[in-house]
Design a protein around this ligand. Structure first.
Ligand SMILES: [Zn+2]
Length: 471
């Protein structure tokens, strides 16, 4: 069997995101199998290939007019929520009211709808530059399984961190979700164990990893948090993930129920450490930011969701300055309502610059390159990976070529790297994952998008009808 070697060359700029943050004009990159083999200028790599015929490319791709970056990493998502976009978000609802309204709609989720919505979310992510995606599935009605979304990612060739979410604290026990949507804790733990054994790959360049992800302080018990942590830590490379400190309402809930702030509560359960990443963390104190850094816990920033649900502005600048691992997520696309990952990096940059009471406006609080770093190196660190997020020999051959020779970037080529973030977000023109072409000429080869969208809209309509939102 021949090894694939793709030679992407003539790029206007190749942004390596390596430790020296090299940006190579007239850049080129050679893959070998799933990894990057060489990076340099097109002239350098042409000469290198001529001198090493045993590494001759099996395919050449001319990236003239493109900026090439590492593939983007999405650290937090709920694929299934593409089925309920724009419900409640148009008028505007805060997190707890929004959740209570949607739980009854999500209760109609089926395995087919879960699979198709996962493909829709992944297709939109792929076309916006994502190559590694963490998804958080925390409700399992009507026979749904995490395997349904894993199958969707497999079909599209996306690197997936599938997190086995859970809810066990129903309304009658003081939780937020209805009793009908929560699971028994012994069943959650047994299913978590099965998924780790069936799918988790701890090795370098893994395409699939599992993490355990009890949903939030207001939907699971303390005991399930403790037991999930123990189970994850009995396996190599199984991460821990949850929503934390998303809203002021959550601060209040934790103080009333546990007598602790959200981060103190997490710490009391053993949930602080380099294997943990929290979605949101909008409301940490300065001391809590320092504690996140000291313990190595990560934060996934989801700016659009935080704006739509009016959750607040996460102090990302302070976290970066303190050394917290910070990545980026689009969050579920019922609180966004999009899956555009480069667009999300732009939102992160814009939102950090805006002020609010006690937080002055500052145009230089987050630069375009820092926002791109959050979406690449930051995401890799967030997921505990040292093999993705940069274009360096030995790292995964996950990259995106973005065309900057069109209308949106006309006039911006003095700094085409910054332009990726400051101008209207571009679609991916070419994407490689694991050394394979998964987006070509702005399309996903082999995916019948119109048929998928029609099926997906059918599932979405049935969910709305079942919940009485539509006749
Ligand atoms: Zn979320």
């Amino acid at each position: 069997m021949t090894t694939d070697r793709l030679y992407v060359h003539n790029a206007l700029v190749l942004v390596t995101m390596d430790d020296a943050r090299r940006e190579i004009a007239d850049g080129a990159l050679l893959t070998e199998g799933p990894a990057v083999l060489a990076v340099g200028t097109t002239t350098e790599l042409d000469a290198w290939i001529a001198a090493h015929p045993e590494h001759a490319p099996t395919r050449r791709i001319d990236a003239r007019g493109c900026v090439v970056t590492p593939g983007l990493v999405n650290g937090h998502h709920h694929f299934y929520q593409t089925l309920t976009r724009s419900i409640g978000t148009g008028h505007g609802l805060a997190l707890f009211d929004w959740l209570k309204m949607l739980y009854r709609v999500w209760a109609g989720l089926t395995p087919d709808a879960l699979h198709d919505s996962s493909q829709v979310a992944l297709a939109e992510l792929l076309l916006s530059g994502a190559t590694t995606v963490a998804d958080h599935l925390y409700l399992y009605p009507n026979g749904c399984r995490l395997d349904d979304s894993i199958a969707a990612a497999d079909a599209l060739g996306v690197r997936l961190h599938a997190t086995r979410g859970s809810m066990s604290l129903g309304e009658s026990a003081g939780g937020l979700p209805p009793d009908s949507l929560v699971e028994r804790e012994d069943a959650i733990l047994a299913e978590s164990q099965r998924l780790i054994e069936a799918w988790h790959d701890p090795e370098p360049l893994a395409l699939r990893r599992i993490a355990l992800a009890p949903c939030s302080p207001f939907s699971v018990s303390a005991d399930l948090m403790r037991q999930s942590a123990a189970l994850a830590r009995s396996h190599r490379g199984v991460g821990l993930h949850t929503h934390l400190a998303e809203t002021i309402d959550e601060d209040r809930f934790c103080l009333e129920r546990f007598g602790l702030r959200p981060l103190d509560y997490a710490e009391s359960l053993g949930w602080l450490g380099p294997d943990v990443w929290f979605a949101h963390m909008v409301h940490p104190s300065a001391e809590e930011v320092a504690r996140l850094a000291a313990t190595g816990a990560g934060v996934c920033h989801c700016p659009s969701s935080n704006m739509i649900l009016a959750s607040g502005i996460a102090p990302i600048r302070a976290m970066l300055d303190a050394g917290v691992r910070v990545g980026l997520g689009v969050d579920g696309s019922a609180s966004n309502d999009g899956n555009h990952l480069l667009g999300e990096a732009r939102q992160a940059m814009l939102l950090q610059r805006v002020g609010w009471p006690g937080f002055e406006s500052r145009a230089d609080r987050l630069s375009a390159r820092e926002a791109l770093a959050l979406a690449t190196r930051g995401g890799a660190a967030l997921l505990g990976r040292d093999d993705i997020g940069q274009l360096t020999p030995g790292f995964a051959a996950d990259l995106v070529a973005w065309r900057v020779d069109g209308l949106a970037h006309a006039g911006a080529l003095g700094d085409p790297v910054a332009a990726l973030l400051t101008c209207t977000p571009a679609p991916a023109w070419l994407t490689l994952i694991h050394g394979r072409v998964v987006v070509e000429d702005g399309q996903i080869p082999g995916l019948e998008l119109p048929a998928l969208i029609e099926r997906h809209n059918g599932h979405a309509r049935r969910l709305r009808q079942r919940a009485g939102l539509e006749g």
